[in-house]
Design a protein around this ligand. Structure first.
Ligand SMILES: Cc1cc2nc3c(=O)[nH]c(=O)nc-3n(C[C@H](O)[C@H](O)[C@H](O)COP(=O)(O)OP(=O)(O)OC[C@H]3O[C@@H](n4cnc5c(N)ncnc54)[C@H](O)[C@@H]3O)c2cc1C
Length: 370
């Protein structure tokens, strides 16, 4: 391990490796320190939906940021394949957000007025997906809300970063961070100390400890999500079905990913039978025949939630050498490219979209959303 880098990233989830990729590509000497293996925590648990429309009920700064990140994936799909040789398994079918009640319909029709969303009648839905549940009142079809395979994105970012010169240390937990005597920052890891001009904290739901060490009273809340995948060789499905935070995602492999519960405050990363039963119940309301498919596997992950539900992406208010990129809650896969670009722009002193800087800065006054 070198003792000094230009930038150190703490955490090798999708956010950390996206930052490392963008920094290394810009020529910065970068190192990632990851407690375990790259992409194996919340990022691996994700379904991989790039759901800018599916996840936002109204336009605004978050939606604009999500759209920018979704657009960046269009470029990155080919770029990451060419740089790393890894296919991120982008699946272009889009999402059908189903309406079962009049209030669903009213809300979804409002979103259909936005770009790239289209309201479909029940007949039009069944023409696209004949096995969708009977009795729906229509659906919002969102072409741009495609999905990717999260672990492949993590591996592609990490390999790309290495090929651009970054060091990625796995099984290298960081214990502490402080201002370095000669300027910049100093971290203590399991294999010794390292220093850098800048450090970025990107440790998902475990970021709270570093905020506390750095004098910032910000909390992170785990929201556990449980999922399962099933082998599908009998129900044609090309688009993701989505209703009430539950989804059925058709993967390139032929499997369907079904998720996910929302268990606030649960730090246990194991799925339980009640959780899996709950997601199956919701899935059957959208695709009744899904209950007959064979189970592939079940899993769980911890979404990193903040006080107001928005991520922290920005500098420490009193120390420009320390930056944060954590708390991406339900949308870290979607937001990884825009987050990587924004942190890189900050470190390189490039201009940042002022509305994004303001919305995601660390010292904002959070409007509690829970
Ligand atoms: C069931 C489920 C479904 C989801 N579906 C979607 C989806 O479809 N689309 C979407 O956009 N998002 C989705 N998400 C959300 C998404 O997974 C997260 O927002 C995203 O993975 C967060 O990425 P991260 O890198 O911040 O965190 P993580 O992936 O958790 O990575 C943080 C990393 O930091 C490391 N770390 C922690 N402490 C230290 C330390 N002291 N030193 C070194 N390393 C450390 C950890 O080991 C970990 O690898 C889903 C989440 C879940 C749980």
């Amino acid at each position: 391990m070198k003792k000094r880098y230009e930038t150190i990233v703490i955490g090798g989830g999708i956010i950390g490796v996206s930052i490392a990729y963008h920094l290394a590509k810009a020529g910065k000497q970068t190192a990632v320190f990851e407690s375990g293996e790259v992409g194996k925590k919340a990022s691996r648990a994700a379904a991989g939906m790039l759901g800018a429309h599916a996840e936002c009920d109204k336009p605004g700064t978050f939606f604009e940021f999500a759209r920018a990140s979704q657009t960046a994936y269009k470029r990155l799909t080919a770029e990451l394949k060419s740089v790393s040789g890894i296919d991120i398994r982008r699946h272009d079918g889009g999402i059908l957000k189903l309406a079962f009640t009049e209030s669903d319909r009213a809300r979804l029709m409002e979103m259909a007025a936005l770009d790239s969303a289209e309201w479909l009648t029940p007949q039009e839905v069944y023409e696209k997906e004949p096995h969708a549940a009977k009795g729906i009142l229509g659906a919002n079809f969102i072409r741009d809300d495609v999905h990717v395979e999260p672990i492949s994105v993590c591996r592609a970012f990490a390999k790309g970063a290495k090929l651009f010169g970054a060091d990625i240390f796995e099984y290298a937990p960081v214990f502490s961070i402080e201002a370095a005597a000669g300027g910049g920052v100093r971290i203590q890891t399991a294999s010794g100390a390292a220093e850098a001009d800048h450090a970025v904290i990107a440790s998902g739901v475990w970021s709270g400890v570093f905020f506390q060490q750095l004098g910032l009273n910000k909390r992170f809340y785990p929201v556990k999500g449980e999922c399962l995948s099933v082998w599908n060789d009998s129900i044609p499905l090309t688009r993701t079905l989505y209703h009430d935070h539950c989804y059925i995602v058709p993967r390139h492999s032929g499997k369907l990913v079904i998720g996910a519960t929302m268990k606030a405050g649960d730090w246990n990363e194991q799925p339980d039978a009640d959780g899996i039963e709950a997601v199956m119940k919701k899935a059957k309301t959208m695709l009744p025949r899904i209950g007959g498919l064979k189970i592939d596997r079940c899993w769980a992950g911890l979404r990193p939630e903040t006080e107001d539900g928005n991520p922290y992406i920005g500098r420490h208010p009193e120390n420009d050498s320390i930056l944060f990129a954590a708390g991406h809650f339900r949308n870290g896969i979607l937001l990884a490219p825009a987050t990587g670009e924004m942190i890189t722009d900050m470190i390189l002193s490039r201009p940042i979209e002022p509305a994004w800087e303001e919305a995601f800065k660390v010292d904002r006054k959070e409007a509690v959303h829970k």
